[in-house]
Design a binder for this molecule. Structure first.
Ligand code: AMP
Length: 366
């Protein structure tokens, strides 16, 4: 029998696995509500440590450190989904872990994730499991000669992915990924990419943000705009898909579902690309664009607190500051109404997310 979650009150400590910018923004949002954060991550010098009351620098396999961490916190969450399943299970025996281990199990592996979605009658790109180089040629033929090879696990920002148009190239890509289990996906001729972001509370309540639209450059999110330029019925369906997934996972916290919008003969169709069991880059606009940011909403959800309003304050554009773009900080500070966020990373590197800037074009109100 599962122990009931403890009552969390201001002054409690939230344990966060991972110390990147998402952990940093979670800790900042928690601090505003009187919650302390304790960050656990293998590398010191990451951005979340600077803004948290407590920190542990240790490997995810270090059981002694995990025990001390669990004892120091009231509830545990994570800012990235590649936490080893064994770590989550070990911690879950000691403190509530939200979202729970089921969410990690279904989202860490692209093959398991796609089967889970299809079982819920949620459409995904066509896919084939690739466990050996020999599996590539027949899969490619069944997808009319083109596909995207993706490692099943540990991919992000386009890493562990390759566009494949002939079997020899596919076999080379498979080898370059280290011959780890992969999938081949059919190429989706999408018109837009959108995210449905919502939160599910400990009591099963669900609140979604308006659907937003994403543009990528070099496989990295570059801009998010809210609302997405899609039909109201499509937006509603996108929110329902996110809720359906969250309900199926008995999920607690913020969930982000990335989808493709395909314009076909039946109008706009939605195809789910990926589930992120956490706060997401495409939800950063909610900090300046709503009363309850995704970060605050996540802290509320895992604490068993009421979820807050997700009402959007206007039309919103969020631009990531990647690599050298962060050098423009002074210019952005001079821009009336631009909301600048810098992640405190000590070193600029190509492709590294250094910060973001949000511009809110307010609705006229009386
Ligand atoms: P992912 O790592 O799965 O989020 O993929 C990164 C990006 O690659 C997506 O945001 C899309 O722009 C593109 N992409 C991924 N999968 C597909 C697909 N099956 N068809 C077309 N584009 C894709």
């Amino acid at each position: 029998v599962k122990k009931p979650d403890p009552v969390i009150e201001p002054g409690a400590t939230i344990g966060i696995l991972g110390a990147g910018q998402l952990g940093r923004m979670l800790a900042l949002a928690g601090a505003r509500l009187g919650l302390k954060s304790h960050i656990y991550a293998p590398d010191a010098g990451e951005p979340a440590f600077d803004v948290a009351a407590g920190g542990t620098v240790a490997a995810y396999e270090d059981e002694a450190a995990l025990v001390r961490f669990a004892e120091a916190v009231d509830v545990i969450t994570y800012e990235f989904e590649n936490i080893p399943a064994a770590t989550a299970a070990f911690l879950a025996e000691r403190r509530p872990v939200h979202p729970g281990p089921l969410a990690l199990e279904k989202t860490q592996d692209r093959l398991i994730e796609k089967r889970f979605l299809n079982d819920l009658d949620v459409a995904t790109a066509g896919f084939a499991a690739i466990d050996s180089a020999e599996a590539i040629a027949p899969a490619l033929t069944s997808f009319s000669g083109a596909g995207i090879l993706k490692t099943r696990r540990f991919g992000y920002d386009g890493k562990g992915q390759a566009m494949i148009r002939d079997a020899a190239k596919g076999e080379a890509a498979f080898a370059s990924f280290g011959k780890v289990p992969a999938i081949l996906e059919r190429i989706v001729p999408f018109a837009r990419e959108i995210s449905a972001i919502g939160a599910r509370g400990r009591d099963g309540s669900f609140r979604a943000y308006d659907i937003c639209e994403n543009s990528h450059a070099n496989h990295i999110l570059s801009r998010t705009e809210a609302p997405a330029a899609i039909k109201p019925a499509t937006a509603q369906r996108a929110g329902e898909i996110a809720k359906c997934i969250a309900d199926a996972l008995d999920y607690v916290g913020v969930i982000a579902v990335e989808m493709f919008v395909v314009v076909g003969t039946k109008g706009e169709e939605l195809i789910v690309n990926e589930i992120a069991p956490r706060v997401h880059n495409s939800g950063h606009w909610t900090i300046d664009g709503t009363a309850t940011s995704q970060f605050e909403q996540h802290m509320r959800a895992i604490s068993g607190w009421p979820l807050g309003s997700t009402e959007r304050r206007g039309r919103i554009v969020m631009d990531n500051l990647i690599g050298d773009e962060a050098l423009r900080w002074r210019e952005i500070l001079q821009e009336e109404g631009a909301c600048l966020h810098l992640y405190g990373k000590s070193e600029i590197r190509d492709g590294r997310k250094m910060g973001h800037v949000t511009r809110v074009y307010m609705k006229e109100t009386g």
